[in-house]
Write a protein that binds this ligand. Sequence first.
Ligand SMILES: *Cc1c(COP(=O)(O)O)cnc(C)c1O
Length: 443
Amino acid sequence: MTLASDPRRRVPRTDAVLAEPQIALAVTRLGRALVKEAVGSAQDRVRRGEIAPGAVVDAVLDRLPETATTVRPVLNATGVLLHTNLGRAPLSAAARRALDVAAGTCDVELDLATGTRGARGRGAIDALLAAVPAAGAALLVNNGAAALALVATALAGGGRDVVIARGELVEIGDGFRIPDLLTATGARLREVGTTNRVSVADYADAVGPDTAFVLKVHPSNFVVTGFTHAVDVDELATMNELTALGVPVVADIGSGLLAPHPLLPDEPDATTALTRGATLVTASGDKLLGGPQAGLLLGAPGAGADLVAHLRRHPLARALRVDKLTLAAMEATLRGPAPPVRQGLDAVPSTLHTRAARLAESLRCRGIPAEAVDAEATVGGGGAPGVTLPSAAVALPESFAAALRAGEPAVLGRLDRGRCLLDLRALPPDADDELAAAVLACR
Ligand SMILES: *Cc1c(COP(=O)(O)O)cnc(C)c1O
């Protein structure tokens, strides 16, 4: 081979590649920098003799990312409905469309009828109050932790007491500890009871003129069994020591369940907490509610609603306020069809088995050793600890796990006794074909 005919000497110039119509189109979609990067690596492949100079355009198009973000979609086949590492609740199609609308300029804070400033995010708050008629007022902040931080700062920030049971001083995950958050606001913790037991008398002894509020925290990721006793919201709300001083009861229910759910009898919900006497309820928007990341603050009519108004005006509220995307997605989650988390929770086991059998059969026909098996799914993500949901899965050899994670879309399964299980409870039924295609791509 002469020097002139060596393909490595004829690397197409960057300008020329970028001028190709399909590449120019990609630049409008992804921006020049990302496309240039892909061109650079295709040119390197020509220099290494891996591809021919004429193959550069195709090589660039082949390796271009789908979007300008490094975030990639993952099919959740773990059987964990709320997977923290996968972004907790996936949004409903209605919420995704709402995000798209709100992404542009929108009337988040404008009254289109009069052309004057409107109440910010009114639609989401109205939807929340419609979903929880027991609440007299509501406020949305960034997440569940922000809701607690706002309450603690506004009511106890000056070194006043938050009365809380020792068994409810919980760590939620990734080192996030509720007691640390509370003390960081300047509140003082007044711990009552022991790890396993607390009584009304313990609370009564601790409450006094320095008490800002009594806090009940749902231990949302563990269960204590055996010789245990906790005090319910209704017992706290009717304690003479509290009512005499007008001390509010704040319930951090965690998961954002708005009303009781038959499959989750031990999971607290906002409606029950409010009707049993909680002044204020705090919760997450992206757990069992199935919406975007947000923190809910729901006040009971009267004192609770006054408290919400006070919190809304607190300077910290501005630092914790949600953006238009969250407001739009939350409203659509509440008003629209049941979000995926809810569909997964309510999925009928026999339907899951039918899906697993159909998938396994179609994979076996294409030479993949797949088998439909019984499985046990969980809620995960800080909700309904100890609850298992009967489910069905497609079992594959364990070696599929890594290949599935590397695919497009990526698939995350669960390893179980030398097998890779693809659990269908957390996966929407309309994703079955995509799942099958992802498995076939691993051959
Ligand atoms: C999840 C959870 C939180 C924190 O909520 P984020 O939305 O993750 O900030 C607080 N308290 C309880 C009981 C929880 O389960």
